[in-house]
Design a protein around this ligand. Sequence first.
Ligand code: ATP
Ligand code: MG
Length: 414
Amino acid sequence: MIKNLLKKDNLENLNAQNEEQELQELPRADLPRIILFTGKGGVGKTTVAAATAIKTSDLGKKTLIISTDPAHSLSDSFSVELKARPTKIKENLEGMEVNVEYELEKHWETIKDYLTIFFKSQGIDDVVAEELAIFPGFDELASLLHLLDFYQKKKYEVIILDCAPTGETLRLLSVPEIAKWYMNRFFGIEKKLLKIVKPIAEPLIDLPLPSEEVIDKIQDLYTKIGVLKEILESPQTTVRLVMNPEKMVIRESERAFTYLNLFGYRVDCIIINKVLPENAGAYFRKWIEIQKEYLRDIDERFPVPKFQLTFKSEEVVGEKLKDIANEIYRDKDPSEVFTISKPMRIEKDGDESLSLVIKAPFVDKSQLKVLKRGEELIVIAGQWKRILYLPQSLAMREPASAKFMSGELRIRFR
Ligand SMILES: Nc1ncnc2c1ncn2[C@@H]1O[C@H](COP(=O)(O)OP(=O)(O)OP(=O)(O)O)[C@@H](O)[C@H]1O
Ligand SMILES: [Mg+2]
């Protein structure tokens, strides 16, 4: 049987299949490339996102940079006043800062009016009803709807998002999922059926049913959210985590890294910013040593390509962004996808147990060590070491067994 499987024809088929799979994993050149920048507050997300946009546009790619962080600072970074519509920054580069109030009005007003009436009919106080009718996470969704619009129009080759700090970005990236749930709950009624039922049912059930206009709006939003989710999970989109070699920053980034992976987003590289140069002076000697330790730590915790940017002696805005971009990416094109490998995933086994699957070099069982320390899992395979931040679903369980399968290490949790 095994012999059969290894016959030449079969092997060729397998190789072809693998190649095909890899090709599917690469972004398509005829569709816009989307890059999201996130990280802990103040690490340099806006600066790195802006520098990236300068470089892709210098390379001749039509680029749009969108700030989704309500505390906009892109304008300051470029020293150009940006608006709620794309504004020219330089050749091949436009930028915009999303205005949430305007978006809310545009996409949600009709639905909100209905929901307010609905909640009020249920005896909920007027003011509370209005608050409830504002869709949770709408401000984030507003930015994403813009992204969808620009993506579909194909006016830009690269779209860069300067996101809010990690916590909010994770929430933002889960909005499509939550929005679907919310809408199913509230509006899981067929439009056609509603048309027939509405005049008969309304007086009887004492519930205001949504008008056709409201249903249309909801359906439109629902479809858009579905498409958006597909785009964000497709190879066109990658997320880049910006961090500093500091304890608290690494901890927060680890959590983000784990959850981004589990939600199916692709983190294609990390950018380590504010690394002190060797010649920073005697005053920083100790800091330089501490940073070296954390750089090693980062190496063990983030199995994706890493770029570095040194701590500059002054603020990095305007003209200086170009040098920054060259220091980070050197001769590479920032719109490249730097890795397509997905470092971890969780799979449910038939019974109650869950398996964490990671890429790891093969070693003999005697050289494999798996230790769990609180929310961390330490995996040692001979000389190779990886520290993983565990998601809640695994942190509550204990590792029970481990085995290598097709280049992956599968750790079973009970
Ligand atoms: N490598 C660097 N050297 C010196 N200063 C830097 C460097 N990177 C960023 N800065 C400065 O640090 C400050 C914070 O940077 P930035 O606004 O890009 O961070 P952020 O992560 O976007 O912050 P926020 O979470 O508030 O959005 C800015 O004043 C910026 O000029
Ligand atoms: Mg910022």
